[in-house]
Write a protein that binds this ligand. Structure first.
Ligand code: ADP
Length: 234
């Protein structure tokens, strides 16, 4: 299977002056192209740090990271910005939508500057929001706002979608709609997807589950059968 990301001895140390925190401690990991991977583990075990380094938002302290055949470690900030812009979509716990813009306009912020974007309407249709194109964030539920954020992230057709607690602020019912949107993107567009979550149930929709503990990979599981988002609750 083709890898989308590969890390070798990946280590991240945060130096706060008085304290050194080993957020990632010699991590060797391969994530496969087209798959949906879920990262699980206690708070502080290094999941967000890994996601940020894979997404080019942060630098490793030691070790190496590749996106396909391109090595990210060693890139300067400008090169990482270009990498992010071309290849990576992000979804965070809080949606970061512009309150004064409609759903469609929020997505257009991205499609206006991307090279081969899909139309904002298509991106919103893919996340089940065709009926909300002209609504403002304040007129939408949390789950709908998160789906606008997903539409915004996928509109530039990124190869990877990195999601940090995408359902963290949502109840089970609205969260499931967000998970359905992520699954559709993964299946229909083939977007390699990484999801950090605290909700154990979400691991059942993944191809692979990576468990973190104290900055290391504790174990990796493959799901022989995957569960539909509608069957997941928390
Ligand atoms: P998780 O996503 O699993 O909750 P994180 O990657 O956020 O874990 O954090 C891993 C460790 O690194 C934690 O001990 C956290 O406190 C520390 N950490 C994360 N970001 C920073 C930072 N910017 N400065 C200092 N320490 C940090």
């Amino acid at each position: 299977m083709d890898s989308v990301f590969r890390t070798e001895g990946l280590t991240k140390v945060y130096d706060t002056g008085t304290l050194q925190v080993r957020a990632l401690d010699v991590v060797d990991l391969e994530l496969y192209r087209g798959q949906l991977a879920v990262l699980l583990g206690p708070s502080g075990s290094g999941k967000s740090t890994l996601l940020n380094i894979l997404g080019g938002l942060d630098h490793a302290t030691d070790g190496r990271v590749w996106f396909r055949d391109t090595e990210l470690t060693g890139m300067n900030d400008k090169q990482l910005t270009l990498y992010r812009r071309a290849h990576v979509g992000f979804v965070f716990q809080f949606y970061n939508l512009v309150a004064s813009l409609t759903a469609c306009e929020n997505v257009q912020l991205v499609t206006d500057v991307a090279r081969t974007p899909m139309r904002a309407e298509e991106a919103l249709e893919r996340v089940g929001l065709s009926h909300r194109l002209h609504h403002f964030p304040a007129e939408m539920s949390g789950g709908e706002q998160q789906r606008v954020a997903i539409a915004r992230a996928i509109a530039k057709r990124p190869e990877v979608l990195l999601c940090d607690e995408p359902t963290g602020a949502l109840d089970s019912q609205t969260g499931v709609q967000v998970l359905e949107a992520l699954r559709e993107v993964n299946e229909d567009l083939g977007t390699s997807t990484v999801v950090i979550t605290h909700n154990l149930g979400i691991r059942k929709m993944a191809h692979r589950v990576i468990w973190f503990l104290d900055g290391r990979i504790d174990r990796v599981e493959e799901n022989a059968t995957r569960v539909a988002p509608a069957e997941i609750s928390w």
